[in-house]
Design a protein around this ligand. Structure first.
Ligand code: OGA
Ligand code: ZN
Ligand code: ZN
Length: 535
């Protein structure tokens, strides 16, 4: 293998040839319409080798050539968003509260509400209509209702012949629901229609936090509960549901991922006596932690309240009440994957909305005295990128390259007044909340690319507009030989030079190009997972 490059090698380029070949992004390997892979692992030669690496272009022994995005090669492993590492564990916590009307009307509020369920494990929604069935509308706002043998929803109120202790006035100790189901419903909703009783208060416990405490206080007990399958069962005339799982489920790296705890539906263990004794000691330790009063948040559900919680993590409980009283909840199940998906989609939409408003507001300002506005200039640059077959990331970089003139402390007017507003760095740093380096780094380098081109291409300087020639001086003038060498070593130098050419050609008042809408879906898609912030 020959490595003909001056750049430090991205660690991923030292992966086995099969890894690189399997992740080739070209149109022969992945359908450009959906990103899905078009071949199977068995289609690759077993003795595949890398024959050459040039920058991030890799040639293989079967003749295939792959062009990798540097950002892909430097990406880190995605964390499991269901494990304890992705959560904010709590002993006591303020009850996160959200408002149903705002949830429907305001995407920021909705994002915050989904975040609460994903990271704190629950939210208390206020202002849900006090109407039977409204819990299904709430579930639909979070994803999809998980229908079960109980139907789409179930009523929690006192019944004459209760099939479940929940349908009495008895206290219910902390538990997770439906542990006898595989897969278990990962989200539960309880909506209050009436609660005019003494008692009937609600409590929630963070089962991940309790399991983490058990791990610290009694590592052997923790280990027993992670490896002993426990059978849970539910039976009535029309159903018999049986599932065996450990009470504390770990992910493949050993992190806490799921808690199943329900004394009511747990079945007899069939273990050798010594193991039974060890299990019961561990089970008691865990139950003692789960019932520590300081680990429970308590609140009272009133009519119109709906608590939404992670049923793989939080245990829920209620205090007892007189079984003659008027208390009626409706519940249903849903799933966490849809909540996480909805959160990612919202993230992209929020970014798109924010940027659309930027184009419609500050973007309508004059662009450094040219004949076009800031927004027209960037839209023209994006149109040029698109007609030049640039990647979606580079089209979006062209579309946003000058936002640093109006998102930082200094403006384009300062630049024209002789003070460098460092707008390429301001833009890249500001956009990094939503986008990865394939978008931000060509933007960061687009001023450097002007200084570079002036140094290496004698004809280039003549193409610059008078304003651009003036700002070149403010920005440091043509590059020195050392600066040229350093620039060429940047992984995104070539993209930055392309962006620069579109930038210079995007100042034509007579040209009409597609508006912001044309790019909105691409931009939203890239903003879902690209940046550093969760916001
Ligand atoms: C349930 C349950 C709690 C309550 O129905 O799963 O635990 O407050 N109900 O009645
Ligand atoms: Zn329950
Ligand atoms: Zn520009």
């Amino acid at each position: 293998m020959t490595t003909s490059q001056t750049l430090p090698t991205a660690p991923a380029l030292t992966q086995p040839a099969v890894w690189l070949r399997d992740n080739c992004p070209c149109v022969e390997c992945r359908d450009p319409r959906n990103g899905q892979k078009l071949f199977n692992i068995t289609d690759l030669p077993a003795d595949l080798a890398v024959t050459e690496v040039r920058g991030t272009t890799v040639t293989f022994s079967d003749g295939h050539v792959s062009l990798f995005d540097p950002a892909f090669l430097s990406a880190r492993e995605a964390p499991d968003d269901r494990s304890e590492d992705a959560k904010r564990l709590w002993a006591t916590t303020e009850v996160p509260e959200h408002d149903w009307a705002r949830f429907l009307a305001d995407p920021e509020h909705r994002a915050d509400c989904l975040d609460a369920v994903l990271t704190t494990g629950f939210t208390l929604l206020r202002g849900v209509p006090v109407t039977p069935g409204a819990v299904l509308d709430v579930a639909a706002g979070f994803g999809f209702v998980r229908e079960t043998n109980y139907g789409k929803l179930f009523d929690v109120r006192v019944e004459a012949t209760p099939t479940n202790l929940a349908f009495t006035g008895l206290a219910i100790t902390p538990h997770t629901d439906n542990p006898y189901r595989d897969p278990v419903p990962t989200v539960q909703l309880l909506h209050c229609l009436s609660n005019a009783v003494d008692g009937g208060e609600s409590g929630l416990v963070d089962g991940f936090h309790a399991a983490a405490l058990l791990r610290t206080e009694d590592a052997d007990a923790f280990a027993v509960l992670t490896r002993t399958p426990v059978t849970f069962r539910y039976a009535d005339a029309g159903a018999e549901l049986v599932t065996s799982r450990p009470m504390i489920g770990l992910d493949p790296t050993g992190r806490i991922r799921e808690v199943r705890f329900n004394n009511r539906s747990m079945q007899a263990l069939r273990l050798p006596p010594k193991e039974t004794a060890a299990f019961y000691a561990a089970y008691r330790r865990f139950a003692e932690i789960l019932t520590r009063p300081e680990l429970m948040v308590t609140f009272r559900l009133g009519p119109g309240d709906c608590v939404v919680f992670d049923n793989t993590r939080l245990l829920h409980a209620r205090t007892g009440f007189a079984d003659t009283g008027d208390r009626h909840l409706q519940g249903c199940y849903a799933d966490l994957d849809a909540i996480a998906s909805g959160r990612r989609v919202l993230r992209g939409q929020l970014a798109a909305t924010h940027l659309r408003e930027l184009f419609a507001g500050p973007g309508t300002a004059d662009y450094l005295g040219e004949d076009v506005t800031q927004a027209q200039h960037m839209l023209q640059a994006a149109a040029l990128a698109e007609s030049d077959d640039a990647s979606p990331q580079l089209v979006v970089a062209a579309l946003l390259h000058d936002v640093g003139h109006f998102t930082g402390p200094l403006t384009g007017a300062d630049l024209m007044g002789g003070t460098d507003n460092r707008h390429s760095h301001v833009a890249a740093d500001w956009l990094a909340r939503w986008f990865g380096p394939a978008v931000t780094e060509p933007i960061r380098l687009h001023v450097a690319a002007k200084r570079y081109l002036c140094a290496v291409d004698p004809a280039y300087a003549d193409l610059l507009s008078p304003a651009s020639t003036y700002t070149l001086g403010v920005q440091g003038g043509p590059m020195s030989a050392e600066e040229v060498a350093a620039f060429e070593a940047e992984p995104y130098a070539a993209d930055a030079v392309r962006l620069r050419r579109w930038d210079d050609g995007a100042k034509d008042a007579s040209r009409s190009v597609p508006g912001f809408d044309h790019y909105e879906s691409t931009l939203a898609l890239l903003a879902r997972s690209g940046g550093r912030a969760r916001g």
